[in-house]
Design a protein around this ligand. Structure first.
Ligand code: BTN
Length: 261
């Protein structure tokens, strides 16, 4: 359980989590943060919940959000960035989450294109970015992070083979508040850098487990591509070298990495 007053007293960020809204149970932190954004809230707002009853994932999927299991966090950003730079935010949040986990738990985790955190091929966290644009610039972006902290997948036959929690990896429960504080600090460092114009792409690409591996991509037009993930572009797009030697560039589709070479 998170004690919001204790959390706020230990917050060492200057932007993120100011303010921090904590709810025991909400439909989706993402929807609350977006509503506050539409009402003019300043960037830095963090919405955290102990449970989500209608957690949302990418591609219209739902995000299973049981109580006392996961970290459910949505952050409001208002960077002066062009629309194609939304991916910089997901990169910054992914890097910050991975570094926060390392700082708080001493565990190194992988990033998987486009914006998952993984451990030994099983999903540890997912990121959902939703942005609004005005006059060709980003009016705001709400970036949601769902992280399996103490989540028990024992009764979840569909999720169990593909998902993992920090508690399962470490063999002990993890303090969600300590972890959240570390993650907010690291995300803030990346956010302040990218807001100054420093690209996070190289640091993010360096941690991507996807590169150099065979991947399969399911494109929105129904095509399926198989090939080798070779590199990422500045906007986060993934380059896949096909069997005939040509290169395809894919953006924000689901790519499954085949583990083992
Ligand atoms: C994914 O599909 O991998 C992204 C999952 C994002 C889940 C988080 S949990 C906090 C925030 N609120 C939501 O409803 N979704 C995001």
């Amino acid at each position: 359980m998170i004690d919001p007053a204790d959390l706020e007293s230990r917050l060492r960020t200057r932007l993120l989590g100011r303010p921090l809204r904590y709810y025991a149970s909400v439909p989706s932190t993402q929807d609350l943060a977006r509503a506050e954004a539409e009402a003019g809230a300043a960037e830095g707002l963090a919405v955290v919940a102990g449970e989500q009853t209608a957690g949302r994932g990418r591609g219209g999927r739902s995000w299973w959000s049981p109580p006392a299991g996961g970290l459910y966090l949505s952050l409001l950003f208002r960077p002066n960035l062009s629309p194609e730079r939304v991916s910089w935010l997901t990169m910054g949040v992914a890097l910050g989450a991975a570094e926060g986990i390392e700082a708080a738990c001493g565990l190194r985790v992988d990033l998987k294109w486009p914006n998952d955190l993984e451990w030994q091929g099983r999903k540890l966290a997912g990121i959902l970015a939703e942005a609004a644009f005005q006059d060709g610039r980003m009016a705001y972006a709400v970036v949601g992070l769902g992280l399996n902290v103490n989540t028990d997948f024992g009764e979840q036959p569909l999720l169990r083979p593909i998902a993992v929690s920090l508690a399962e990896i470490l063999g002990r429960p993890v303090d969600v508040a300590d972890l959240l504080l570390a993650i907010l600090e690291r995300i803030e460092a990346h956010y302040l850098a990218l807001r100054r114009g420093d690209s996070p792409t190289a640091a993010w690409a360096a941690r991507l487990v996807t590169l150099g591996r065979p991947v399969a991509a399911h494109l929105p037009d129904g095509r399926q591509l198989s090939g080798l993930a070779t590199r990422v572009l500045e906007d986060g797009a993934l380059c896949i070298r096909l069997g005939n030697g040509t290169e395809e560039v894919v953006r924000a589709v689901d790519v499954s990495v085949r583990h083992g070479r």
